[in-house]
Design a protein around this ligand. Structure first.
Ligand code: XMP
Length: 325
C-alpha cells in the first residue's frame, strides 16, 4: 500500500463499508506480518486505539502494546486503556507508569517549548527501553492517518509526542494511513471500541503538561486534573460533549486571594476553554449556558483543593490559540 489515497476509494461512512475495510486490512496485515511480532505505542487516543483493535483482530497476541503513562493524562484515561485493551480485548499490553520520571525532568521548567521537548524526548526514551526488553519484534505499528501524510511537512510532525526515533530498525505497519479522521471513528465503532474512546476529543501529546501553565507542580497538576474531570462530567451530562469540539481546563501559575469557610483562601484560577473548529486552524467560542457555567464553578471551587476561582475564556482563534501554551 503506498501513501496516496486512490480516487476510487469510497469514503467510509457506514458499518458495512467499515467492515469491508476491516476484512481487507486484516488480510493485508496477516500477509505482511506472518507469524512475527508487532510493537505499538498505545496512547489511548483515537488513532492508536483503532490500530490496536484492528491488529488484535488480525494477529491477536502477536501484537505487543505499550502504554506509557507520562503522568500528564486526563483523569481515568490510563485506567480506561487498561480496562478496554487488557481486560476486554485481552491484548498483550505493557503498562509503564513513568510519572515520576517525567515530572522529575519537568521540575522548575516553565518555558512551553522546552516542556514539549522534554516530554517528547522522554517518551521516546521510555518506549525505546521497553522495546529493547522485548525479544523478536520485527514490526512497528503506527496510527498514522491520511491528514498526517498530507501535512507531514507541517505542524503535526513537530507536535506529535508519539513520534519515534528514526533509527528504529522495524518495518512499519500502518493500516489506517489512508483514512480521514471521521472514517477512523466509523472503523473504531465497527471494531467494537466504546464510544468514549472513539469519539474522544483531540488531546495534545504533551497532555496536561501544556495546560498546567509554567513550571508544573504536583499539587497544581492534581487540581487541574480534578477540575478537568468535573468539566468533562458536566459537559457529558448536558450533552455538550457532542456539540463542542474541544474543551478543557488550564490552570496558570498565579494565585489570588479568596474566602472559604470564613477564612482567607488563596488559590489558583481554573480557566475553562471550549472551542469549535473543523481543522483547529481557527476556532470559535461556543455559547455555554450560564446556568451550566455556574454549576461547574460551584462544583470546581467546592470540590477541588487549591482552586478558588473559575474563568471562561471567550477568545476565538485567532487571536488566542486553542491551548494556552
Ligand atoms: P493550538 O493551541 O495550536 O492547537 O491552537 C491546535 C490543536 O493542536 C493541539 N495541540 C497539540 N497537539 N501536541 C499535540 O499533539 C502539541 O504539542 C499540541 N499543541 C496543541 C491542540 O490541542 C488543538 O487541538
Amino acid at each position: 500500500m503506498n501513501n496516496v489515497r486512490p480516487e476510487s476509494m469510497a469514503r467510509i461512512t457506514t458499518t458495512e463499508l467499515a467492515n469491508a475495510f476491516i476484512d481487507e486490512q486484516v488480510k493485508e496485515v496477516r500477509e505482511q506480518v506472518g507469524d512475527k511480532k508487532v510493537l505499538l505505542a498505545l496512547s489511548g487516543g483515537v488513532d492508536s486505539s483503532v490500530v490496536a483493535a484492528l491488529l488484535i483482530k488480525a494477529i491477536g497476541k502477536q501484537l505487543v502494546c505499550v502504554h506509557v503513562n507520562h503522568g500528564l493524562m486526563r483523569k481515568g484515561e490510563s485506567e480506561a486503556v487498561i480496562e478496554v485493551f487488557r481486560n476486554q480485548l485481552d491484548a498483550n499490553l505493557i503498562y509503564v507508569d513513568a510519572t515520576d520520571r517525567f515530572l522529575g525532568l519537568l521540575e522548575g521548567v516553565s518555558e512551553p517549548e522546552k516542556k514539549r521537548k522534554i516530554i517528547g524526548g522522554e517518551f521516546i526514551k521510555v518506549f525505546d527501553e521497553e522495546a529493547s526488553k522485548l525479544e523478536g519484534i520485527s514490526f512497528l505499528a503506527q496510527g498514522t492517518i491520511y491528514p498526517d501524510i498530507l501535512e507531514s511537512d507541517g505542524v503535526k510532525a513537530h507536535h506529535n509526542v508519539g513520534g519515534l526515533p528514526e533509527d528504529m530498525q522495524f518495518e512499519l505497519v500502518e493500516p489506517i494511513k489512508l483514512l480521514y479522521k471521521d472514517e477512523v471513528r466509523v472503523v473504531g465503532k465497527a471494531l467494537g471500541l466504546p464510544a468514549s474512546m472513539v469519539d474522544r476529543q483531540p488531546f495534545p501529546g504533551p497532555g496536561l503538561g501544556v495546560r498546567c501553565l509554567g513550571a508544573i507542580t504536583r499539587d497544581r497538576l492534581h487540581a487541574l486534573r480534578e477540575a478537568d474531570a468535573i468539566l468533562r462530567e458536566e459537559f457529558d451530562l448536558a450533552g455538550l460533549n457532542l456539540k463542542v469540539w474541544q474543551y478543557f481546563i488550564a490552570v496558570p501559575d498565579v494565585k489570588s486571594v479568596g474566602v472559604k469557610n470564613d477564612k482567607r483562601y488563596e488559590g489558583w484560577p481554573a480557566i475553562i476553554r471550549a472551542v469549535n473548529t473543523t481543522d483547529a486552524m481557527s476556532a470559535t467560542i461556543d455559547e455555554i449556558p450560564y446556568e451550566l457555567l455556574h454549576k461547574i464553578t460551584a462544583r470546581i471551587t467546592a470540590e477541588v483543593e487549591g482552586i478558588n476561582r473559575v474563568l471562561y475564556d471567550l477568545t476565538p482563534k485567532p487571536v488566542g490559540t486553542i491551548e494556552w501554551e
